[in-house]
Design a protein around this ligand. Sequence first.
Ligand code: HEC
Ligand code: HEC
Length: 494
Amino acid sequence: MRKSLLAFGILTALGTVLTLSAQYQGTRLVWIEQNSGETLPEFDSYDNFYGKLGTLNASGEIKTDGHPFFTPLGTNGRACVNCHQPAWGMSVSAESMMERWRFSEGKDPVFAAFDGSDCPSLPQDQQSSHSLLLNRGLFRIPIAWPPKNTDGSPKPVEFSIEVVNDPTTCNNSREYGLNSANPTISVYRRPRPTANLKYVISGGSPSVAKAGTVAVDPETSKPVSMNLMSDAREATLTTQALSAIMGHEQASKQPTREQLEKIVAYESQVYVAQAAHHFAGAFNAPGAPPLLGMPALRDGKPGVLAEKDAVFGQFENWKTSRFDQAAVARGADIFMHRTFLVRDTAHLNSTGGGNPVKSTCATCHKTQLTGQDLSAGWMDVGTTNIRTAVEPAKVAKSELPVFKITCAKDAEPHPFLGRTIYTTDPGRALISGKCADVGSIVMQQLRGLAARAPYFANGSARNLRETVDFYDRRYEMKLSDFEKEDLVVFLGVL
Ligand code: HEC
Ligand code: HEC
């Protein structure tokens, strides 16, 4: 446990303008170690650049001593909490990783060779071997290729994968790579928040057209939302927890039923959201936008499409003369109402609705309170596929591995990129084996963003401004500098 000097500094500087109620009054910015034995209160808060992040344990205080989310269950000393920290929105930021590296001299189990380094074969004591985690907050996700059916037989796939360039060395490694005894593709991804999960798991029903076959909960055989993980490879929180223990924690024996249940129970009651903005004030103050902050998430109904009400509620009361409140309210309006043309986006423009199609941010980010999709939420907005692969310089410069995907002649092609695609992460296609899915990523919840930069599954946007710049470029939105900043301020209060 340790206070961050930086956050302390910001707080001292802003101390006079903070008007926060007692429940948010902590000034901590702390890393929770595995086996720390701490008790986590019902309400807690942590400083960040934009204000304060709040956490809410709806079941009351959490005793972490011996709790399977906070206790290593495998062989590398890691627990879930190493990568899913309350202070960082139940994820971690790249900055927190760098701080942790310095503090522990690279010894914290979060840096375990298996997936906390660019590749386990690299010299582990060197900072450069963990560059993707330290600079981009990315963990290695090893995925067996080709994917397997539940009975262990190889799934039929529509394309072959070639490693064009891999600065991590892992995909070309004899021990860990595509040509190893257990052929594996390593992609590098951000941890997704383990909070507000009732919204993530309760979609409508996933569309069969998109999913091929619909995934079901292996225990109840009921269809699941298919919104867990960047590629929807996990059906439920229980299968996810089991995989995380066997993978990230490198367990040699399976966890008990009781351990899995306790993990899922904890994850299902923790809510995380920004709780205050340095200048706009605390979100539980009278007149604050009603859906900001954690209590609204605790009390809200999952699975509601924002049709009548806005995705993140009304901001009318903040259309005031207070500069920062007004900026948030303007950003909310842009998110909900500013239209632009979305084009060449697989699983949006390829489903019969037209290409291009007039959209807003909320056309895709449309589920109330989290801004996800209600059906299987994967799409190729263009974060991982390299459309300009004819520029070899761009490929050569990538910090991430670059793959060349060649689809079979009779396969349904990627709707906008055809049958030869260069990508840094094939996304859903690594699980479905479908050419049309290459580069499709399941959208994440848009909560607690201020605490967990960088953004997008591959960490390609270093800060919120870069996410906005990405959309401005990608969909030629022509936002002014002021509009971009308003949108950033808005994303920062979620
Ligand atoms: C080494 C870091 C690490 C550890 C340890 C870890 N996770 Fe994760 N977690 C990740 C990453 C990275 C992802 C995103 C993977 C992807 O998108 O393919 C993730 C995703 C998730 C998600 C999906 C959330 C969503 O919205 O899709 C859940 C739930 C989760 N982890 C729970 C757990 C649990 C429970 C444990 C402990 C048993 C655990 N994690 C341990 C890194 C970690
Ligand atoms: C065509 C659908 C679509 C539209 C329109 C869209 N998004 Fe997204 N958004 C996505 C998908 C899919 C992802 C996940 C991409 C990834 O991780 O690679 C995403 C991810 C994000 C993230 C990153 C979240 C995280 O945790 O890393 C932010 C922030 C975001 N979008 C904001 C916006 C804003 C602001 C707008 C409007 C300017 C917008 N989006 C418009 C589909 C869309």
